[in-house]
Design a binder for this molecule. Structure first.
Ligand code: 5GP
Length: 298
């Protein structure tokens, strides 16, 4: 009897709400892959752990085209090469297909491997608005064994900022002098505005005393530290998702459309540099991210 087989109205409404939520979760995860907030390998691991998760229910072709630099024709060649049908979902792959896909990803898009010989000089960087400052402040408050480096800057102090505690506030002439005298380990102009630099002497002293030193600096600075001290430990702070970063970047909606677009472009470029880092830490919870960094730094 047709009537008894048709689900009641409320069930259908609930089912369709669930389907919409699942589609949204998959779309959000695809943006995370596209912006490199997660690696494709991590998504495959999640799909394997839970076939009903957003990763598990994602179709393999959608997964592949979410990866930067894979278009539709490349996607079709890959599916063909791996012998995977385009109707397959990530969580529904057979053991051999999953292994083939995983190998293919590792060969083309290797995940960074931590280098074994690392020093106690730790750099924390990440995209704008990811919450580096908050995490660094939490480490300073809860891990007194770690020295948080105090930078020099030409930007004026904000209300509540204390000379020598938050920054050394200097003018352009003094900043130039510090560069010329070789007093800065690295320096950069940040957001096309003010100059920031890391004083070398306090760091060298702390490292010589066997302490761990944390630098919370921008990406240009992180690259310079890598050049000057190749054994430094570089940590990249990631947002929990691309959508969350967008929310943090433009959430208040006080900027115009052009400024919002500029910030999002910058965030994409910044995320693309994460392969240069030894460790990735997700900032979903400030205390947890700080604790993880303290472990990596130890
Ligand atoms: P703010 O002006 O908001 O305190 O900092 C702006 C940006 O400057 C942040 O992204 C911070 O990471 C970066 N920054 C702070 N100190 C330094 C530094 O010594 N060197 C570099 N390269 N960047 C810094």
């Amino acid at each position: 009897m047709a009537e008894s087989r048709t689900p009641p109205e409320v069930d259908r409404a609930a089912a369709s709400r669930k389907a919409v939520a699942a589609r949204r979760a998959r779309a959000s995860l695809k943006r995370d892959i596209a912006t490199r907030v997660v690696t494709p390998q991590e998504v495959l691991r999640r799909a394997t752990a839970d076939a009903a998760s957003p990763a598990g229910t994602m179709r393999v072709p959608d997964f592949l085209t979410a990866i930067p630099a894979i278009g539709e024709s490349k996607r079709d060649r890959i599916l063909d090469h791996l012998g995977i049908s385009p109707v397959k979902r990530l969580g529904g792959l057979g053991v051999r297909q999953r292994a083939a896909l995983s190998q293919w990803l590792d060969a083309r898009l290797p995940e960074p491997e931590p280098r074994p010989q690392r020093s106690r000089l730790v750099v924390l960087a990440g995209p704008t608005a990811v919450g580096k400052g908050t995490v660094a402040a939490h480490i300073k408050a809860h891990h007194p064994e770690i020295l948080l480096s105090v930078s020099a800057t030409t930007r004026p102090p904000r209300p509540g900022e204390v000379e020598g505690e938050h920054y050394f506030f200097v003018d352009d002439a003094e900043f130039d002098r510090m560069i010329a005298a070789g007093e800065l380990l690295e320096h950069a102009t940040v957001h096309n505005a003010h100059r920031y630099g890391t004083p070398r002497a306090p760091i060298e002293k702390a490292l010589a005393d066997g302490r761990t030193v944390l630098l919370e600096i921008d990406l240009q600075g992180a690259r310079q530290v890598r050049g000057a001290a190749p054994d430094a430990t570089l940590v990249f702070l990631l947002p929990p998702s691309w959508d969350e970063l967008v929310h943090r970047l433009v959430g208040r909606g006080t900027e115009d459309a052009e400024e919002r677009a500029r910030r999002l472009r910058t965030a994409r470029t910044e995320l693309a540099s994460q392969g240069e880092f030894d460790f990735h830490v997700v900032n979903a919870d400030v205390a947890a991210a700080a604790a993880r960094i303290a472990v990596l730094a130890g």
